[in-house]
Write a protein that binds this ligand. Structure first.
Ligand code: SIN
Length: 492
């Protein structure tokens, strides 16, 4: 196994404000742990209100020059940032696995996914087009332009510690804004690595700032961002509970907010599906990142006539997963991020079993210890079980049975969440009917993998507001301005 012994040279275990590495004003720090071993990797600053204010001031100072650069010049900087990432992808992937736990093969995919947002939005920034509208008066012209907002805040999660940073900062910066980022307390190093590479790529001081903080500091940093008059918008990925709290914090200043929140994805397998494709899709959609993904298959719904065969086949595939340290060769399932995640998975499995679910495989903490949990399959799952209501965020496949299309749709939509949904079918009429009926922002048809920088990612219902990625993802980081130009004369 290749556990690093030191951090990459372009990254310091400090906050990053105004192009400088810095400790917290208080001098306090907290430990970043390897979730696979529980061992300390390093310590980073416990920043608070005054550090966050300093970062906001730095972003505000950088804004006039950044916003007035041409879009092409900003694009050049973002492209250089992407190139720095790609040149270091093996090292960045190793760092990501070290602090987050996912198998390094998945981390490599994430680093390319993360870099792709810089490349994509470098292009989109050059296409922030306006409009002209046929005027309402003869001597008037109406122009519509989209402008940057100013200083913006990003708050990002630990499950994709690199890609969620770039999915927010790339469109924000491409549009001409300057960002203050608060990465998750469990995984600040991937964000700090991006800060180090920002220096190398020529991102001007203050355009991208990183404020680190422990769990106890999250509320004060979040409140400073949501309440500060210079911060014009917040982009957050995380839990629905925290998202609602941040949104409430934005009410006073009527601050814009984009939220990518929890999910409860249905994964429906109809009896006309390509069975093997559905099986492979369910495996990746459920067990990728040890199930710690907002778009994981949370409830697997299988039609009666193929139900037993599917349960048996999925159980056999789950048995082939190899839990272990993500930096070890051949490992396909990492640990959970922290002990309380393990407690939650245990609680959900215990509740399901107590209410009549059948344990097909797993169901226990793994003998590797720490936060490892066995790859688990439950069948006979019913809507009364908590596992169908809450985001599992663990390697547990919860399988429900249904008899027809109407029942599948009703079960799928029976949740307050609406991020992603998946189904497998070869009936083209059904493909349209079900895709249209699912109450989700994203639908995967005959695939369990829908993430790409070129498509709009986001949810409906209590899964969020706004979209990230794609041509739509940059709109959320701009304001529309209408210019009414009068007195130009009647013309000839
Ligand atoms: C998420 O879990 O929030 C992001 C997943 C992805 O982009 O694939």
């Amino acid at each position: 196994m290749n556990i690093p012994t030191e951090l990459p040279e372009y990254l310091q275990p400090l906050g990053f404000i105004d192009g400088q590495w810095c400790a917290a004003v208080s001098g306090a720090a907290f430990e970043v742990l390897d979730p696979a071993t529980g061992k300390k990797i390093t310590s980073v600053p416990r920043m608070g209100e005054s550090d966050t204010e300093r970062a906001i001031a730095a972003a505000h100072k950088a804004y006039p020059a950044w916003r007035t650069m041409t879009a092409a010049a900003r694009a050049g900087v973002l492209e250089a940032w992407a190139a720095s990432m790609r040149a270091r992808s093996d090292q960045l992937a190793q760092l990501l696995t070290w602090e987050q736990g996912k198998p390094v093969s998945e981390s490599k995919v994430e680093i390319e996914y993360a870099a792709s947002f810089f490349s994509w939005f470098a292009g989109e920034g050059r296409r922030i087009y306006g409009d002209t509208i046929p005027p309402h008066l003869p001597d008037t012209r109406i122009l519509v332009m989209r402008q940057p907002m100013g200083v913006v805040g990003g708050i990002t999660p630990w499950n994709f510690p690199s890609a969620m940073v770039t999915r927010k900062s790339a469109p924000a910066l491409a549009a001409g804004n300057c960002m203050v980022l608060k990465p998750a307390e469990s995984t600040p190093l991937s964000a700090l690595a991006l800060a180090g590479l920002a220096l190398e790529a020529g991102v001007p001081p203050g355009v991208f700032n990183v404020v680190t903080g422990a769990r106890e500091d999250a509320a004060v940093i979040g409140e400073t961002l949501t309440s500060h008059p210079l911060v014009k918008k917040i982009g957050f990925t995380g839990s629905t509970v925290v998202g609602k709290h941040l949104m409430a914090g934005c009410v006073d200043g009527l601050k814009k907010i984009s939220l990518e929140l929890g999910g409860n994805a249905p994964f429906i397998v109809f009896d006309d599906a390509d069975f093997e494709a559905a099986l492979a899709g369910a495996m990746i959609c459920k067990y990728r990142n040890t199930g710690q993904t907002c778009i994981s298959a949370n409830r697997i719904l299988v039609q009666d006539s193929i139900h037993d065969r599917f349960v048996e086949a999925l159980t056999a595939r789950a048995a082939e997963l190899v839990p272990g340290h993500g930096l070890e060769d051949g490992v396909s399932l990492g640990p959970l991020i922290e002990p309380r995640a393990l407690d939650k998975v245990e609680r959900l499995v215990a509740d399901a079993l107590a209410k009549g679910a059948r344990l097909m495989i797993g169901g226990n903490r793994h003998s590797l210890g720490g936060t490892y949990y066995e790859p688990t399959v439950l069948s006979d799952v019913t809507p009364e079980m908590d596992i169908t209501r809450e985001e599992v965020f663990g390697p547990v496949a919860a399988i429900m049975r249904f008899s027809d299309e109407a029942e599948a749709i009703a079960l799928a939509n029976d949740t307050q969440y609406g991020l992603s949904g998946y189904f497998y079918s070869r009936d083209v009429g059904r493909v349209f009917r079900v895709a249209e009926a699912l109450e989700t922002g994203i639908v995967g048809v005959n695939t369990g993998l829908i993430s790409t920088e070129i498509a709009p990612f986001g949810g409906v219902k209590e899964s969020g507001i706004g979209r990230e990625g794609s041509k739509y993802g940059i709109e959320d980081w701009t304001e529309i301005k209408y210019v009414c130009l009068a007195g130009i004369g009647e013309g000839s």
